[in-house]
Design a protein around this ligand. Structure first.
Ligand SMILES: CC(C)(COP(=O)(O)OP(=O)(O)OC[C@H]1O[C@@H](n2cnc3c(N)ncnc32)[C@H](O)[C@@H]1OP(=O)(O)O)[C@@H](O)C(=O)NCCC(=O)NCCS
Length: 159
């Protein structure tokens, strides 16, 4: 637990939690135990460089959300796009999800670009749907359906 806390702090991933890193880790483990999702570490040459997870899993609608963050020194190399692609394979292929969302702050163009690059469709904006402690932010919702992911994967395999 201590090593994990240090890793999160050392890599500038504090945005993940509003309280203490230990609490974030415990909350994540509880959600995992309740089958509500999970966070995974992204490692490059055995170093933790980022995290990504499948959250807010709804078993009835077979939908979920993918969230992610990279340490500041590892951005601009395509690592997260590649990692999210693998997570989509897992979400649609292993968890049999039908719909995956990526929600990003309207101002977070880097995150919105990842969604669009992977074939997500922009659905709209949730006004003041996120609170940063001192201000609200608008969130853009992007979604990808299992049928669309299959079609994209088939196109990739064919050429
Ligand atoms: C959101 C976040 C993960 C995006 O990081 P990123 O480095 O832009 O994302 P990727 O790893 O997919 O890399 C894409 C970049 O690598 C470049 N790249 C290089 N090779 C690439 C490849 N093979 N495939 C895709 N992109 C590639 C792209 O051109 C792009 O560069 P650009 O930013 O100059 O346009 C990062 O900004 C972050 O962690 N922010 C803080 C947390 C956060 O906002 N999380 C999202 C909350 S919704």
């Amino acid at each position: 637990m201590e090593a994990l806390k240090r890793s999160i702090t050392d890599h500038g991933l504090e945005w993940l939690y509003t309280g203490q890193p230990g609490q974030f880790i415990e909350d994540s483990l509880r959600r995992f135990a309740n089958r509500q999702g999970f966070w995974a570490g992204l490692r490059l040459r055995n170093e933790l460089v980022g995290v990504l997870g499948i959250n807010n899993v709804n078993d009835w609608t077979r939908s979920a959300e993918v969230d992610y963050a990279l340490g500041p020194g590892f951005r601009g190399k395509g690592l997260m796009t590649q990692a999210v692609r693998a997570m989509l394979d897992y979400g649609f292929g292993e968890l049999h999800l039908n719909r995956i969302e990526i929600r990003a702050d309207k101002e977070n163009t880097k995150s919105c670009t990842i969604a669009l690059r992977l074939g997500f469709r922009k659905e709209g904006t949730l006004r003041e749907n996120i609170f940063y402690g001192d201000r609200f932010g608008d969130q853009v919702v992007h979604s990808l359906l299992a049928s669309e992911w299959q079609a994209l994967s088939a196109n990739k395999d064919n050429g």
